[in-house]
Design a protein around this ligand. Structure first.
Ligand code: MN
Ligand code: MN
Length: 299
């Protein structure tokens, strides 16, 4: 990997650490999620980076993909996962932690399980290591504390401007044959007191451009909105609230048109199938050929 690339990844990792510290300060019970998301967006920009995706603020049984939309008055509560992505010129750090906002023993144990799992995973990262062994470390750390690892969510390799690239970092002993090689990876265990799977839930307000769809729209304004999105976010996920801030309610109509035409994809929320509570922990690991390992997102 080129030194200039490594330097940008490490810079993204340092900004991600800063954001973790900042988010821990501002995520407090009964604060509007919209306000939290807005503060996080502004902090990222003040540090000279861009969001690699909209901050996910998913509560309780929602495992991932909740971000506030314009007009959302939901207040922070329960077991809240904060998942932050930082992009420095397209080089990404992806990191998450979970906070308990209801002083619950069960919540604290779920957080402990997710953190134990991510630590075990990060320690196991090495060139030549089988990915299925990483998954086994994760699920065993979680089951040791009496919970289930969510098996149909996984970590992933990361490439420039692509958060979820080709490789899966499993959260269970998946049997996959791949071995780790030099690269950038996110590992993200989810611990639950439910069944250990997620299903698609409601719409998230998180979109990305469907690069290979070949679809288009005629409407001039929708095309302008799309051009702005492609320039601003490239192939990275973006939030409908950002489009609203730029174009107002007309922008929301354009999003709907672009989604219906297949130009944009909207992610669904991901919800634990039995309504179990979910805690998440995530770090990005830069693994180099000579064995050097940068944990880009440790506090
Ligand atoms: Mn993440
Ligand atoms: Mn991730």
């Amino acid at each position: 990997m080129e030194k200039s690339v490594i330097d940008k990844i490490i810079k993204a990792g340092k900004i991600a650490q800063e954001l973790r510290r900042y988010a821990r300060e501002i995520v407090i019970k009964d604060k509007p999620l919209f306000e939290i998301a807005d503060l996080i967006d502004k902090k990222i920009s003040s540090l000279g980076a861009k969001p690699a995706f909209p901050v996910n603020l998913s509560m309780n049984e929602i495992a991932a993909h909740y971000t506030p939309v314009f007009g959302d008055s939901t207040l922070a509560h329960g077991l809240l996962k904060v998942d932050i992505g930082i992009s420095v010129d397209g080089y990404i750090a992806d990191t998450a932690f979970t906070v308990d906002l209801e002083d619950s023993e069960e919540n604290r144990k779920l957080i402990e399980a997710a953190e134990a799992a991510v630590s075990a995973s990060v320690s196991a990262f090495a060139v030549g290591k089988r990915l299925t062994e990483i998954g086994a470390e994760i699920s065993s750390a979680i089951s040791k504390l009496g919970f289930s690892s969510i098996s149909n969510l996984s970590g992933h390799s990361i490439e420039r401007f692509v958060v979820h690239a080709g490789w899966t970092v499993p959260n269970f002993d998946s049997g996959q044959k791949d071995v780790l090689e030099e690269g950038l990876y996110a590992t993200e265990p989810f611990a639950t007191n439910g069944l250990g799977r997620v299903r698609d839930g409601g719409k998230s307000g998180i979109y990305r451009v469907n690069v290979d769809s070949g679809a288009g729209v005629r409407d001039r304004f929708a095309r302008d909105v799309l051009a702005w999105i492609a320039d601003e976010y490239k192939t990275l996920p973006f939030a409908s609230r950002w489009v609203h801030a730029k174009f107002g309610s007309r922008g929301m109509l354009a999003l709907r048109q672009l989604e219906q035409a297949g130009v944009l994809y909207q992610y669904p929320q991901l919800v634990e199938v039995n309504g179990g509570k979910v805690a998440q922990a995530e770090h990005t690991v830069l693994l180099l050929e000579d064995g050097t390992k940068y944990i880009t997102t440790r506090e």
